[in-house]
Design a protein around this ligand. Structure first.
Ligand SMILES: C[S@@+](CC[C@H](N)C(=O)[O-])C[C@H]1O[C@@H](n2cnc3c(N)ncnc32)[C@H](O)[C@@H]1O
Length: 209
């Protein structure tokens, strides 16, 4: 959504993820299929900012992929902070684990290899930050779960909520319609403050009012 040179300028003027996270990003871009799915540096910096602002200790992430966003967030957590991250892909998750194992922050990360909705059934904790970045068709279900598991001052961040601009065209395909109905549900939430930012592919931020 943002011109590339402007995004680069913003990245250069923001707190950036460590070289370990950049290395994982580079490996993913060079060797792993689907690297367009990475959140990228600007979004990592925004998540870092939210983690610091909210004194976040516990994070739930839906959509691990190669572990880039999980490691970027883990670096921002205090020593006793923790992240649970969920994905169905054993191959990309294996890559994630090799990079987490090399980092002193990797010990904060617990990975669950299951479909998101199934994994959530056995999680009853409250989280200070919930980052939704997995299968788009379940976005509304993930949002429902997140609202029930958000700590008092917690935030929910939902990625890809502009879906390459396709949200302006209902009826294109199932994923687009799922994101449109998720966005409508988020918009109509009462008792929450929300903002849909045109950063990367759209970041929807939600917190209690
Ligand atoms: C956009 S990527 C996540 C990117 C990651 N957050 C990052 O930036 O480093 C989406 C991930 O969702 C996973 N996924 C797809 N369907 C899923 C499901 N039903 N349950 C859990 N994860 C799923 C995919 O395997 C993929 O790794």
């Amino acid at each position: 959504m943002i011109p590339q040179d402007i995004e680069k300028y913003c990245i250069e003027h923001s707190t950036r993820p460590s070289s370990a996270v950049s290395e994982l990003g580079d490996f993913t871009k060079n060797k792993i299929h689907g690297s367009h799915m990475l959140i990228g540096e600007l979004e990592a910096s925004i998540l870092a900012f939210l983690i610091k602002l909210g004194h976040v200790k516990k994070i739930l992430e839906l959509g691990t992929y190669t572990g880039y966003s999980a490691l970027a967030m883990a670096e921002q957590l205090p020593e006793d902070g923790e992240i649970i991250t969920i994905d169905i892909n054993p191959h990309t998750t294996a890559t994630a684990k090799t990079y987490w194992d090399k980092s002193p922050h990797g010990k904060k990360i617990t990975q669950i290899l299951k479909p998101g909705m199934e994994a959530l059934q056995s999680i009853n904790d409250q989280f200070d930050l919930i980052f939704i970045d997995a299968d788009k068709n379940n976005y509304s279900n993930y949002l429902d779960w997140s609202l029930l598991h958000l700590s008092q001052n917690g935030s929910i961040v939902i990625d890809n909520t502009l879906w390459y601009g396709k949200v302006l065209t209902p009826g294109l395909d199932k994923q687009t319609d799922s994101i449109i109905s998720h966005n409508l549900k988020a918009k109509n939430l009462e008792g929450y403050t929300k903002v849909l930012l045109p950063i990367r592919d759209g970041m929807f931020l939600i917190t209690r009012s």
